[in-house]
Ligand binder design. Structure first.
Ligand SMILES: Cc1cc2nc3c(=O)[nH]c(=O)nc-3n(C[C@H](O)[C@H](O)[C@H](O)COP(=O)(O)OP(=O)(O)OC[C@H]3O[C@@H](n4cnc5c(N)ncnc54)[C@H](O)[C@@H]3O)c2cc1C
Length: 638
């Protein structure tokens, strides 16, 4: 029997139940009182694009307009039954702040009707209509069903809202299948033009401080503390930093790395992004159209650095966030920041946004026999480059993206590489992995794509990803068969929902093939099942058949620990317990504790892909802005 030499990393929970989250109105956001139908058999790749172009004579607008005017009247009436009859029995309403002040999804006509009856009347809704400045209503297929999809807009006493409405079929039933409502801008706000205003204020004062002097003084925080401290200056931290700064919230972003972008620069030599450039823009500043389809890591690193400068973000690099303690009475944190020269600065921000990555702390498995190995052992996060290993033997433990990419890098550097697989893994060819982003290739604006993406509630996203996974398997059949023949164990996620749901529930468990799977199929990178391994020895691995697999290098591509570990380390067990799991879905329809208020006052999280950070940084920033506006910028007593 194989020795359990490689403990299973703690996985984020991936339990899925069909229960509903409660809706708790957020007082700080309150205002007054409170073509063709494609059958299963004939589906081809254009199902993924999910657009059906109908003959021009077919009218997608009228059913939407009719529904919106009925909805506006029903909202004003506060009548549960009237509201419920506007939704299909199986229907979903996702709200990003506009009605609930939170990020919430509700399911079912009755439940939606109840909530809207309670929440809508005080909002003074007005101007509920198709947004004519955006993609017009279209007939599309979503999650395998034909529907009309329309981008809408409205106003309320909270501010300017947008949304996406879907009516099944030709819309004649007059019932919504899905409704997204979002708050796009607070009533009191517009994104500020900080640079322009500053330039104006000192253009005629030749002896006064110029823009550069003011920027430096502002970022030094020698006479004040920021309202918001963002920990982590990767894409997540910079995106929320840019949104908050644009909303006029005094925000400092800190990172322990020496230069912004080092979170990418320090990754392995061959890394390029795994999805295409046009999906990955940061807020306010899209990548130039001349950029390659897949961005190399150093190019992205340089862009992040330039982004922080261009967006005038106050950033302190070489600064570690060491600890935070919340003072309930004063309504702010006491945080400890250690700078590169060893000096410590205490600050008292009202908010902390943790942007430290889904997987912050390397998971180094406790393998009892590993210390016997006399060669070099590295965690994947420490691995840099295969060149030094030419002519040497390497064993890579793991079968996710990092494991495969490192194995390929070592192989291309001239090493003899064996990959040890413990758990079944999803493999999808890089081009096939672009299928979920087909919407972003349709030629409509990124802003519209983001809204449509946000408007797909979780249960429908799961269905869509099941379709995409099935399609991907068919597309990649030759590769997958080749891997199976080599003994590679494949899986396709819970209920075959594929890699995106693996990412959203576990933060990994898949590989985008950029060549390593082909090397495994051809035998150039060797594959070993962990069942065939007994223990580590002085020189390598002892196998169950008695052979010894010699190695000079062992790379532990064994993943990362979830954010709960980081919370415990930085804030203590009480805060970690109060907040509970971060990321994954638990019992609800939304990622836990992400982009929304958490049970710990003043503590927020942002993480995810570049696209997720772009989309949800907007709503996270608005929530913080609303809380700041509620206290009118009052100084706290910290
Ligand atoms: C090989 C690879 C390819 C990928 N390709 C894509 C892709 O194509 N598209 C995509 O959208 N995503 C991709 N991702 C996933 C994801 O976008 C990246 O992992 C990204 O780096 C996550 O950004 P982040 O800002 O959330 O976290 P990170 O990049 O992990 O940044 C977190 C930052 O927090 C800092 N930090 C942590 N703790 C502290 C502390 N206590 N004090 C101070 N600073 C701290 C760290 O130094 C770090 O700079 C890829 C990931 C990998 C590994």
């Amino acid at each position: 029997m194989a020795f359990e030499f490689w403990p299973r990393p703690a996985e984020l929970s991936k339990v899925w139940h069909n229960s509903f989250p409660s809706i708790i109105p957020d007082q700080t956001l309150g205002c007054r009182r409170g073509s063709r139908v494609i059958s299963e058999e004939t589906q081809t790749e254009d199902v993924m694009i999910e657009i059906i172009r109908r003959p021009a004579a077919l009218d997608c607008e009228s059913p939407v307009q009719a529904w919106l005017s009925n909805f506006a009247a029903a909202c004003a009436s506060g009548d549960t039954n009237r509201l419920a009859t506007l939704f299909e029995d199986e229907s979903y309403w996702r709200d990003l702040l506009a009605f609930t002040g939170r990020i919430e999804t509700l399911a079912g006509a009755r439940r939606i009707g109840d909530a809207l009856a309670r929440l809508a009347p005080p909002l003074d809704l007005a101007g509920m209509e198709i947004d004519r400045a955006r993609t017009p209503p279209r007939c599309v297929v979503r999650a395998g069903a034909e529907c009309i999809e329309a981008i809408i807009r409205f106003r309320s006493c909270r501010g300017r809202g947008a949304g996406v409405l879907r009516l099944k079929g030709d819309g004649s039933a007059g019932k919504a299948w899905t409704l997204l409502t979002t708050l796009e801008e607070l009533a009191t706000d517009a994104v500020s033009n900080a640079a322009g205003d500053a330039a104006k204020s000192h253009a005629r004062d030749f002896r006064g401080p110029n823009w550069s002097d003011l920027r430096s003084a502002n970022a030094a925080y020698s006479d004040r503390d920021p309202a918001v401290l963002v920990v982590g200056a990767g894409q997540a931290g910079l995106a929320i930093g840019a949104r908050l700064t644009a909303l006029g919230i005094d925000t400092l972003v800190v990172d322990r790395v020496r230069r912004i972008g080092d979170n990418w620069r320090n990754r392995y030599h061959a890394l390029t992004l795994h999805n295409q450039t046009h999906v990955n823009h940061l807020p306010f500043m899209p990548f130039p159209p001349t950029w390659p389809s897949y961005i190399p890591k150093d190019k992205l690193a340089g862009w992040l650095e330039a982004y922080a400068e261009a967006m005038e973000l106050n950033c302190w690099t070489a600064t570690s966030f060491e600890a935070g303690h919340y003072n309930e009475a004063a309504g702010c944190w006491t945080v400890t920041l250690r700078r590169a020269d060893g000096t410590v600065r205490q600050m008292h921000p009202r908010h902390i946004v943790l942007a430290t990555g889904v997987s912050g702390i390397p998971n180094i498995p406790d393998i009892p026999t590993l210390p016997a190995f006399e060669g070099l052992v590295l965690h994947a996060s420490q691995y840099q480059d295969g060149e030094a290993w030419a002519g040497k033997r390497a064993i890579v433990l793991g079968s996710g993206n990092s494991a495969h990419d490192i194995a390929q890098d070592l192989h291309s550097g001239g090493a003899d590489v064996t990959l040890v697989q413990r758990s079944p893994t999803m493999v999808v060819d890089l081009e096939t992995a672009q299928l979920p982003y087909a919407l972003y290739n349709e030629g409509i604006s990124t802003e519209d794509c983001d809204l449509i993406t946000a408007g797909t509630p979780l249960p429908l996203a799961r269905k869509t990803h099941q379709h995409i996974t099935a399609m991907g398997r068919a597309r990649d059949r030759a590769l997958l068969d080749g891997l199976t023949a080599r003994g590679f164990r494949l899986d396709f996620g819970d209920d075959d929902t594929g890699w995106q749901f693996k990412y959203l529930t576990r933060g990994g468990g898949y590989y985008f093939n950029v060549g390593c799977s082909d090397l495994i199929v051809s035998g150039e990178v060797k594959l070993l099942s962990h069942d065939a391994v007994t223990r580590f020895t002085r020189t390598g691995l002892e196998l169950t058949d008695g052979r010894n697999l010699a190695a000079d290098l062992i790379v532990l591509a064994t993943g990362y620990k979830g954010q709960t570990h980081l919370l415990q380390k930085l804030f203590g067990a009480d805060v970690a317990e109060r907040v509970g799991p971060v990321w994954g879905f638990g019992d609800g329809f939304e990622l836990r504790n992400m982009y929304t208020r958490t049970p710990q006052q003043g503590l927020w999280f942002i993480a995810g892909s570049l696209a997720q950070c772009r989309i949800y940084s907007k709503y996270l920033a608005l929530q913080i802005k609303a809380q700041e506006a509620a206290i009118g910028g009052k100084k706290t007593a910290c």
